[in-house]
Design a protein. Structure first.
Length: 244
């Protein structure tokens, strides 16, 4: 994991009216509908927007990660801290305290409730470990919400790259109705959800922030398929920044 200096976040927009659609490639089975993604809004155009109150854990990993495995489609490193994410007034972390539903009902370490308990530090007893293979964790927001950002931490005690990270939202718990893919870095369809065009990344204390662009949905589901460290799947925390 790359350690970043903890400095004051700069201002940049995280919500925009202009959308981009993730590129689809043919795959078997066919990929589900991809959701439009928002780009960055000009800094001058911030009327009605404010930074979300995102609290980051302390950076724990020090040093430079080892070379990524051959064939890793890695995103380039960012210089400095992640800019603040701007969203409309009233957007909060609506996932806090919700009861997640996992694909693995018998975790190896920890409890599924850790996923939404608000504890993001890289300590023992703050993460849940699921079995090998493709696993997912799902959050029911209780009602359809306008989702602006989803932030998640798999594991940031050491430098890791998780495989087949896919983030979807839907209108129903079975992910049949109005399924939208907000992030997908599965480049060979090994998770069976279609080919993704997003990059793989090193886990850090900042977590992975995905711009949801105000998508309206009730259910959020995150997939992974092990990491470069081992075949297990881990979650420290998932935050869903949204409003009614």
């Amino acid at each position: 994991m790359i350690a970043f200096l903890a400095t004051t976040c700069g201002w940049s927009a995280g919500f925009a009216m202009t959308a981009r659609v993730q590129e689809e490639k043919p795959a078997e089975p066919a990929a589900q509908n991809e959701a439009p993604k928002t780009g960055e809004k000009a800094q001058a155009d911030t009327k009605g927007l404010k930074p979300i109150d995102l609290k980051l854990p302390r950076p724990q990993f020090k040093g430079t990660p080892k070379n990524a495995p051959p064939g890793t489609n890695l995103e380039p490193p960012r210089k400095g801290p992640r800019p603040a994410f701007l969203a409309p007034e009233g957007v909060t972390n609506v996932a806090r305290g919700k009861t997640p539903l996992p694909s693995d009902k018998d975790p190896i370490i920890g409890e599924t409730k850790f996923v939404t308990d608000g504890e993001k530090e890289a300590n023992e007893g703050t993460y849940v470990e699921y079995g090998p293979g493709v696993q997912w964790v799902q959050i029911d927001l209780g009602k359809p919400m306008s989702i602006y950002a989803i932030v998640f931490w798999h594991f940031h005690q050491s430098a890791r790259i998780y495989h087949d990270v896919v983030l979807q939202v839907a209108d129903d718990k079975d992910f049949v109705t109005n399924v939208r893919t907000l992030f997908n870095n599965d480049h060979d369809n090994s998770a069976g959800l279609g080919l993704g065009s997003d990059k793989e990344y090193w886990e850090t204390y900042e977590g992975k922030l995905v711009d949801a662009g105000g998508q309206k949905a009730r259910f959020v589901r995150l997939y992974s398929n092990g990491s470069i460290a081992d075949d297990q799947n881990h979650y420290v925390e998932v935050e869903v920044w949204a409003k009614e």
